[in-house]
Write a protein that binds this ligand. Structure first.
Ligand code: NAD
Length: 282
């Protein structure tokens, strides 16, 4: 499939990053959010990020300016009527996602592909309510999108082969490495990563070792670039808890129970880097 016009719905951290990467490789992008202020914020985030790439010599100034010219903004879904490929990256809430996908379903071209960047909602469930459910796929990017090389490409029960092939093609065009999978709670990376982080929290909760020593242990003993507790602080403890809760609910297996200490820290507002403290202080 020839891809030229990309739509990105939701101009937060992930949507802005996805839009930036698409515009950088020469695609025309429409990025939308609820308000014009949110769109303006995204424009300045992307412009700042491209500016830093110019300063560090990763891109020249005319390439950055050309990428900015390929970006436009909107506050309505009708803007995506001519898009070849639309990526939903709105807030992680099932109802919000279902509403957005249903309104896109009504306006997009009959051959357009719809992707969702959800971290935890079932692709099969999101596709189940759509007329174009065969053209819905999961494309799970990693944060920060311009720096992280992986995209998980997730097939729901109704996703057809052509849609899967088009999503893999887009990931390649964006310079990302993709891995394909069928829909399953946590997909691949979070299913493995988040229980490991939860286990590190249990080790801390039981008083086996200090947070600093647990992180040092996994860095030096398992060759991880960052310790599991520092990584939890980076991801956000609320997000770690939400993903553990999905694994626990969907599999119904006690091995996925979220650590009590994790629940307590989230309840206390200690969410990691974004709140100034988590397992470490910032
Ligand atoms: P965010 O809060 O930074 O951005 C979400 C944006 O969606 C906000 O700007 C919000 O105004 C907008 N939005 C909400 N409802 C909307 C609507 N009806 N129409 C248009 N815009 C709407 O969140 P984020 O971190 O960018 O996450 C977005 C998605 O990406 C979520 O599904 C999340 O699970 C997933 N994700 C996040 C990460 C991460 O590390 N943050 C990694 C992979 C995937």
């Amino acid at each position: 499939m020839t891809m030229k016009n990309i739509g990105v719905v939701g101009a937060g951290q992930m949507g802005s990053g996805i839009a930036q990467v698409c515009a950088t490789v020469g695609l025309d992008v429409i990025l939308s959010d609820i308000t014009e202020q949110a769109c303006e914020r995204a424009r300045s985030t992307i412009s700042g990020s491209l500016e830093r790439k110019v300063q560090s010599g990763k891109m020249n100034a005319s390439e950055a300016a050309a990428a900015m010219r390929r970006l436009s903004f909107s506050t309505t879904v009708s803007a995506f009527a001519e898009s070849d490929f639309i990526i939903e990256a709105v807030t992680e809430d099932v109802l919000t996602k279902q509403q957005i996908l249903m309104s896109l379903d009504a306006v997009i071209r009959p051959d357009a592909v719809l992707a969702t960047n959800t971290s935890s909602v079932s692709i099969t469930k999101l596709g189940g309510t759509l007329a174009s459910g065969n053209r819905l796929i999961g494309m799970h990017f990693f944060n920060p999108v311009p720096a992280m090389r992986l995209v998980e490409v997730i097939r729901g029960v109704r996703t057809d082969d052509a849609t899967f092939a088009t999503a893999v093609q887009l990931a390649e065009l964006l310079g990302k490495h993709s891995i394909g999978m069928r829909n399953s709670p946590g997909f691949v990376v979070n299913r493995i990563l988040i229980p490991m982080i939860n286990e590190a929290i249990l080790v801390l909760q039981e008083g086996v070792a200090s947070a600093a020593d647990i992180d040092e242990g996994m860095k030096l003993g398992a060759n991880h670039p960052i310790g599991p507790l520092a990584l939890a602080d980076l991801v956000g403890l609320d997000t770690v808890l939400a993903i553990m809760a999905v694994l626990h609910d969907e599999f119904g297996d006690q091995k996925y129970r979220p650590a009590l200490l994790l629940r307590e820290m989230v309840a206390a507002g200690a969410l990691g880097r974004k709140s100034g403290s988590g397992f470490h202080k910032y």
